[in-house]
Design a protein around this ligand. Structure first.
Ligand SMILES: Cc1cc2nc3c(=O)[nH]c(=O)nc-3n(C[C@H](O)[C@H](O)[C@H](O)COP(=O)(O)OP(=O)(O)OC[C@H]3O[C@@H](n4cnc5c(N)ncnc54)[C@H](O)[C@@H]3O)c2cc1C
Length: 287
């Protein structure tokens, strides 16, 4: 699991980010791993009372800067998919670094031992409850949109419910695929995961990474590869159909809109927690 790779310890003489001990929702960072100048992942302690369904998101953040007039600090919170599965005793997050982003310009500097704020109210549509039973499950992710699927891919229920599980992950550059590639490798090689998911279930998992800018073995937007049939040809699949296929989508608003149109052209209908159907969508970010 990625957890094993994240062994960086906070040097004793390093100044930790401002702790937030007065907040009941403070959690301690246990590991941080940087992938590129735009991407990192981290793990934090899990509140004993926090129950969530794999695929859901929570609000996390840090204390904002003091108000110049009053000196008061307010929490600066953003939505984050929980990337770890529901059975894990810690919480993992996979994050963008927006250089002038109010939260991530600061969050990217967290170190083990620092504290973050976590509001323990998980919600979201990328959950098994929002899908009708089917034979094949597709996860369509771009960028940090792989985070909810990093949770669901480590969830035994995913493999119990479906005969085949296909994850497509599209990024601009090859290095941006690293988190997902290592996740898939760990699912296939980690003894604990293999035991939890079941060796025979692991054979159901198929991984389809693509890049849009940097040269890689498979180039192209997933929408193009779906519409021109390349994806199906590469995977040896006839196509997507509502009696077989279920899908979860997590990307930019533009990607989500395009994929909704494509999935509906195959006859799939959008589901929700209260009304499970063939596919569900969630924004990886706003804007
Ligand atoms: C339901 C939901 C789940 C989310 N889950 C995650 C997650 O798991 N990991 C994560 O990194 N972010 C996630 N986000 C985005 C997150 O809430 C913040 O926008 C992000 O952390 C940046 O915060 P910021 O304050 O630094 O900048 P913001 O002011 O929030 O964003 C500034 C700009 O940066 C861009 N941006 C923001 N987030 C991303 C991103 N993830 N990828 C590419 N560009 C982005 C957008 O153009 C945005 O307008 C999620 C958002 C939603 C709505």
């Amino acid at each position: 699991m990625p957890r094993k790779d994240m062994t960086e310890q906070n040097p004793v003489n390093q100044v930790a980010a401002k702790p937030v001990p007065t907040l009941p929702d403070a959690q301690t960072v246990t590991a941080v791993r940087h992938y590129t100048d735009r991407l990192f992942s981290f793990r934090v302690t899990r509140p004993a009372s926090l129950r969530f369904r794999s695929g859901e998101f929570v609000m996390i953040g840090l204390m904002g800067d003091p108000d110049p007039k009053t000196g008061k600090q307010k929490p600066l919170l953003r939505a984050y998919s929980i990337a770890s599965p529901a059975w894990d005793d810690e919480l993992e997050f996979y994050s963008i670094k927006v250089q002038d982003g109010p939260l991530t310009s600061k969050l990217q500097h967290i170190q083990p031992g620092d504290q973050i704020i976590l509001r323990p109210k998980p919600v979201g549509t990328l959950v098994h409850d929002a899908l009708l039973p089917g034979k094949r499950l597709w996860f369509f992710a771009t960028g940090t949109g792989i985070a909810p699927f990093a949770s669901l891919l480590r969830e035994p229920e995913t493999y119990e419910r479906f005969d085949e599980v296909i994850i497509t992950h599209t990024t601009r550059d090859v290095a941006e695929l690293t988190y997902g590639r290592e996740l898939i490798e760990s699912i296939r090689s980690d003894e604990l995961l293999a035991e939890l998911i079941g060796e025979e279930n692991l054979a159901k998992l198929r991984y389809y990474p693509t890049t849009t800018r940097e040269q890689s073995p498979k180039m192209g937007r997933i929408t193009t590869l779906l519409e021109d049939g390349t994806l199906f040809e590469d995977l040896g699949i006839d196509g997507i159909a509502p009696d077989i296929d279920r899908a979860m989508v997590c990307g930019s608003i533009g990607l989500n809109t395009d994929l909704k149109r494509i999935l509906e052209s195959f006859g799939l209908q959008e589901g929700a927690n209260s009304d499970p159907k063939h596919y569900v969508v969630e924004k990886a970010f706003v804007g």
